[in-house]
Design a protein around this ligand. Structure first.
Ligand code: EPU
Length: 419
């Protein structure tokens, strides 16, 4: 796959409105959920990003027939022709793991390559496998491949040792066709999980949530569905942070403001002026942002997926800020890149960043390491003096739909160059 280099000329002021796409992290499990039924399924508001394209290709290799065009997915997985998930595709994205639960539930067997190493942390799969084996799956691992098999999964009670988003989604999807009532405790409360549950219930599943506990009573079969993916709260949050960079003012449209409450509280503490309706938020930056202390937590806490973008904002705050990353052990790779631009960021503990501001940033040549780090570098390039080049920027397009175009409409000057 060709990579992309971004060239950003800064500084530019961002001003105007931007429309938010569908949530990547809701679309991915929902695409995997189509494997649960032979009936036709339709998903609207699917973001046209690399990860959803790879998920569709992965399902097509299993025998599914689908088309993703103009954010609409039409798919029917009438007959599956193999239980083996394509090795190369599985390695490309960790989201392939989401196939495990639904394919096992539908076909009684699945073989999948362990998702490859990930730059943001170890990203284990033990909860997924423990939960499935509690449901009666026989699991074996050889040469980096997992095989799970079960005639019909049976109900269980499983307590997640710590919160896992895709772990919750995988076990919920596995349990919808299982025998009896499965109870999952300490589940993720992310809106993407609830969007998946809504979709499954409308297809005939019987799922109820009580706080962090989810009960799933197995049914014999699911029907097809038509569903609209919720707005992407991480994309929305990224543009809200862009609006908080002085001297910007951005109206973020077609979002669900209630999904970004924690971020909005923090942007208020930073000094931004915020006005909002149900599906829009306007952020007016403060000329002198205040420093803050933030710790990432599972929803409804501050999302790890906005930690890198927030680091860029805090380089402009007047004083010392601290950011603690509690979800992934290696998600600070953007900090050394930001330091190349003149930022003063130091890792003050295993999971802590100390950011001293305000520091004027200057253009530099940077390497993007992962999706959210890339977004942080793009925001930095927009406020930096001179030209910023971001190498390996294909990462950005795994999860942000048309980000350079959306930012250019707000006043940025970003060129994408295929390499
Ligand atoms: N964990 C385990 N064992 C498991 C599963 C998870 O120890 O079996 C640990 C992980 O190592 C990590 C923590 O639990 O330390 C949380 O991981 P989680 O399973 O919640 O992450 P995920 O489901 O793999 C999803 C998103 C990520 C997002 C995280 C946290 C999708 C497709 N991915 O990943 O999104 O960062 O939840 O909110 O939903 C992104 O979009 O940039 C992204 C990385």
């Amino acid at each position: 796959m060709a990579d992309i280099r971004l060239e950003i000329n800064g500084p530019t002021r961002l001003h105007g409105a931007v429309s938010i796409s569908g949530a990547k992290n809701a679309a991915l499990p929902e695409m995997a959920a189509t494997l649960l039924t032979p009936s036709p399924c339709q998903l609207g508001n699917v973001p046209m990003v690399e990860d959803t394209r790879i998920m569709l290709q992965t399902i097509a290799r299993l025998g599914g027939v689908g088309r993703l065009e103009k954010n609409q997915l039409r798919i029917q997985n009438t007959r599956l022709t193999t239980f083996e998930v394509d090795r190369e595709l599985a390695r490309k994205t960790r989201a392939s793991l989401l196939i495990l639960g639904p394919l096992l539930a539908r076909s009684g067997r699945v073989t999948l390559s362990l998702p490859g190493g990930c730059p943001i942390g170890e990203r284990k799969v033990n909860y997924h496998l423990d939960g499935l084996s509690r449901m009666g799956a026989r699991i074996s691992q050889r040469d980096g491949r997992i095989t799970a098999a079960a005639d019909r999964l049976k109900s269980t009670r499983y307590h997640f040792p710590s919160v896992s988003v895709t772990g919750t989604e995988n076990l919920v999807m596995a349990a919808v066709l299982a025998q009896g009532t499965t109870v999952l405790e300490n589940c993720a409360r992310e809106p993407e999980v609830d969007d998946l549950i809504d979709l499954l219930n409308r297809s005939g599943a019987r799922i109820t949530r009580n706080g962090s506990d989810i009960a799933i009573t197995g049914v014999k079969a699911l029907c097809g569905f038509t569903h609209r993916v919720i707005p992407d709260r991480i994309e929305a949050g990224t543009y809200m942070i862009a609006g908080a960079l002085p001297p910007n003012e951005i109206t973020v449209r077609d979002c669900d403001a209630s999904h970004n409450r924690r971020l909005l509280d923090i942007l208020t503490a930073v000094g931004c002026t915020i006005s909002r309706g149900k599906d829009w938020v306007r952020i007016t930056s403060s000329p002198a942002p205040a420093p803050v202390t933030i710790a990432t937590r599972p929803y409804p806490g501050f999302p790890t997926d906005l930690q890198a973008q927030m680091t860029t904002l805090l380089t402009q705050a007047d004083g010392s800020s601290t950011l603690t990353e509690n979800i992934f052990e290696n998600r600070f790779q953007h900090s050394s890149e930001l330091n190349k631009m003149g930022a003063r960021i130091r890792q003050s503990g295993p999971g802590d960043l100390l950011i001293k501001g305000p520091t004027p940033l200057r253009g530099a040549t940077l390497k993007s390491t992962d999706l959210r780090a890339s977004a942080a570098l793009v925001l930095a390039g927009i406020i930096a003096e001179g030209k910023t080049t971001i190498l390996n920027a294909m990462q950005l397009f795994r999860g942000y739909e048309r980000m350079p175009q959306k930012l250019n409409r707000l006043g940025a000057s970003i060129k994408s160059i295929k390499e």
